[in-house]
Design a protein around this ligand. Structure first.
Ligand code: FAQ
Length: 337
């Protein structure tokens, strides 16, 4: 079963074993509910329902996988960045994404799931990661658009996670959001520069916006009515804002930015609705989204194969680090004896 199963015993037929709640469990559950209702934080040493733990491991590990796989589409352009300045910025950004993955794996580990277990879920194709990273980066403008729109969507989703009820996740998100904000600005700035360039450069930016816009809207997840995890996630204070509300906030924030940049968002139905005080927008292709989430997007196989190869190629580094740590430990013990 997928990563959320790690902390709950499975019956031989693969179904979850329902445990009868004891009196003590009922008291613990009541204390947990009271803390959640009071908007308090849950910490690793606190009692928590297994379903809460499983949901967090699922979401945080998926999020970590997204950051790590998310290094690949942009990493693809490090060797082809148009100047030394852009190369240095891109290297720093891609490295930041790797760091985000590490904070998030560490946060998920506090819930009792090992990094090896999470990576096994990713490498075997059972765990999910964000749909957005299964599309190709065809031109340099894609790197700017990823910063502007993909990081922009990621920040919109992640700011509310800074108030998530699980302490280690919330604290990791504070730092992640600060860095994502820089990522978004560097992408937008790179595009502003391209838009002052030649007609070909302007067309390249517009083409990248046309290819990424709808995929970014889908990043927020299925519509609320089709989102099986939302109601419980919000009840537990893990999710604070629904998929559709975040998507709407993203559209409203992005329309004026597109105007300043001088690009057209590829949606004929996009217009301001005076009554709702929001922008209306067209229909997202959910079939394409689910095809991509289920492994059939344009780059799914390539992304996974690259990750598995990188992990296998890094085995000697992990072995050397462990051997060094063991040596240090035995030296320290000898000195202490
Ligand atoms: N892709 O019931 P819901 C980034 C799945 S980080 C793939 O609504 P939930 C930084 C969902 O998991 C981007 N799968 O689920 C960066 C669930 O399947 P499951 C990642 C998706 O959890 C920038 C099923 O659909 N950010 O970009 C997607 O309540 C540039 C039903 O959905 C996070 O992970 C999707 N887009 O809400 C890095 C943020 N959407 O698990 C490099 C944390 C939904 O039941 C370069 N995560 N699914 O098998 C979240 O906020 C939530 O998990 C949602 C989904 C909102 C993603």
């Amino acid at each position: 079963m997928y990563t959320q199963s790690f902390n709950v015993p499975d019956a031989p037929d693969g179904k979850t074993v329902p445990l009868a709640p004891s009196k003590e469990d009922a008291a613990l559950q009541a204390a947990f509910d009271t803390r959640i209702d009071a908007d308090g934080r849950i910490e690793p040493q606190d009692w928590m329902p297994e379903a809460y733990r499983k949901t967090l491991v699922r979401q945080i590990s998926q999020h970590a996988h997204s950051e790590i796989v998310g290094m690949l589409p942009e990493g693809n352009w490090i060797s082809r960045a148009p100047s030394l300045k852009r190369k240095a910025i891109l290297i720093a950004k891609v490295q930041d994404e790797g760091g985000h993955g590490l904070y998030l794996y560490s946060a998920a580990e506090t819930l009792g799931t090992s990094r090896d277990q999470m990576l096994e879920g990713l490498h075997s194709g059972r765990a999910k990661y964000s749909s957005i990273f299964n599309y190709p980066t065809l031109t340099w403008a894609d790197v700017g658009v990823i910063g502007w729109l993909v990081d922009g969507a990621a920040i919109m989703n992640q700011i509310p996670l800074c108030r998530c009820s699980y302490g280690p996740y919330a604290r990791a998100m504070v730092r992640v959001c600060k860095e994502e904000s820089f990522h978004q600005r560097q992408g937008y700035e790179a595009l502003l520069v391209m838009m002052t360039g030649t007609e070909e450069q302007k067309a390249m930016v517009q083409d990248a916006v046309d290819r990424w816009w709808w995929k970014c809207l889908a990043m927020f997840g299925p519509p609320d009515a089709d989102s099986p995890n939302s109601a419980q996630g919000m009840r537990w204070g893990i999710k604070r804002v629904s998929n559709d509300d975040l998507r709407q906030k993203f559209v409203d924030a992005t329309v004026p930015q597109a105007k300043v940049l001088g690009v057209t968002l590829p949606d004929p139905d996009l217009k301001w609705n005076e009554e709702r005080q929001h922008h209306d927008y067209g229909r997202i292709d959910w079939n394409e989204f689910w095809e991509t989430v289920n492994g059939n997007g344009p780059c799914n196989k390539e992304r996974l194969a690259t990750r598995v190869k990188a992990h296998n190629d890094g085995q000697w580094v992990r072995d050397a680090a462990l051997a060094h740590a063991r040596k240090q430990q035995s030296r320290n013990m000898k000195e202490a004896a």
